[in-house]
Write a protein that binds this ligand. Structure first.
Ligand code: ATR
Length: 270
């Protein structure tokens, strides 16, 4: 039997063990996926202890350790390199610690599942923290017309633009300067966690606008509630992104891509 786990602090709330157990059952893979709460000052020790044991094959990394996981890796995929954060760890054949970041591809897959095409679209991304940095490469790969990164602290949006500008048409904006309607508005701020709304002008929404909140909750998120109120055509929360990033990690580890629809339905019904 092979062993996997998610590492975070806190990690008690994580849905990853349930998601991976459903993937394993569906694909007939013999594996066990647990949870590890690493002490805040001993993340690297937790990772090293895990991989030192036999048949311990892979880890997912969640808050607040994704950047530390990036630093620990001896090898990284291109998308993880650019994301500055790693959410999937495994050992290479010659025992090197390898890191990938499946968050961005998870977001793009969920958008595709919802019938949303990014090519030639105008996209507004709100926030410029780790969560947004983690998704920019896969979004730009879809060749949108433009990506505008809007953040309270403009210098952080500028920094992201300088990291990703070689990949496509991306620029930064302050909230006050946002002056256009967008096809897709993605909320990547942590404002929703405290029930707050980023101070976006209503004019970003037009009748065709789709909004995506990278957070999820049982009822509509504050951000998606706001978007619906002002006429967005479709609002999506981040549950699908959670399941899709897990499916991508499962594929990296096991070489088989699980189906996600039923897993999403099961989680939604909880
Ligand atoms: P994460 O890893 O979740 O991205 P982070 O790196 O701390 O967390 O980034 C949080 C993001 O949410 C930042 O873009 C932050 O804006 P600042 O860079 O200006 O701090 C944004 N954010 C948090 N609360 C917000 C609020 N109430 N309104 C607008 N933006 C907010």
């Amino acid at each position: 039997m092979d062993y996997y786990a998610v590492v975070g602090n806190p990690v008690g709330h994580s849905k990853s063990p349930m998601i991976h157990a459903m993937f394993a059952q569906q694909t007939n893979q013999d594996l066990n996926y647990g949870k590890i709460e690493a002490p805040l000052d001993a993340f690297s020790e937790s990772v090293n202890t895990f991989f030192a044991q036999k048949n311990q094959k892979g880890l997912n990394i969640t808050v607040p350790f994704k950047e530390q996981a990036w630093s620990l890796c001896q090898e990284r995929t291109e998308r993880a390199e650019l994301a500055g954060a790693v959410n999937t760890l495994y050992l290479s054949k010659n025992n090197k610690l390898c890191g990938d970041n499946t968050d961005g591809v998870g977001l793009v897959s969920d958008l595709k599942n919802n019938g949303i095409v990014l090519k030639n679209k105008k996209i507004l991304i709100v926030g410029a923290g780790g969560a947004v940095r983690g998704v920019l490469q896969p979004i730009l790969k879809e060749m949108p017309e433009c990506v505008v990164v809007c953040n309270r602290t403009l210098s952080k949006a500028d920094e992201l633009v300088s990291i990703f500008k070689h990949l496509g048409n991306i620029r930064s904006s302050a909230f006050e300067a946002v002056n256009d309607a967008y096809d897709l508005v993605i909320n990547g701020t942590s404002a929703s966690l405290s029930g707050n709304l980023p101070p976006l002008p209503v004019k970003v929404i037009k009748p065709e606008t789709v909004t995506y909140d990278m957070m999820y909750s049982k009822d509509a998120t504050v951000f998606n509630g706001w978007a619906k109120q002002y006429g967005a055509s479709k609002t999506i929360d981040g549950l699908g992104m959670l399941v899709e990033q897990a499916a991508e990690a499962f594929d990296i580890w096991r070489g088989v891509k699980p189906q996600t629809t039923e897993v999403m339905e099961t989680l939604r019904a909880l």
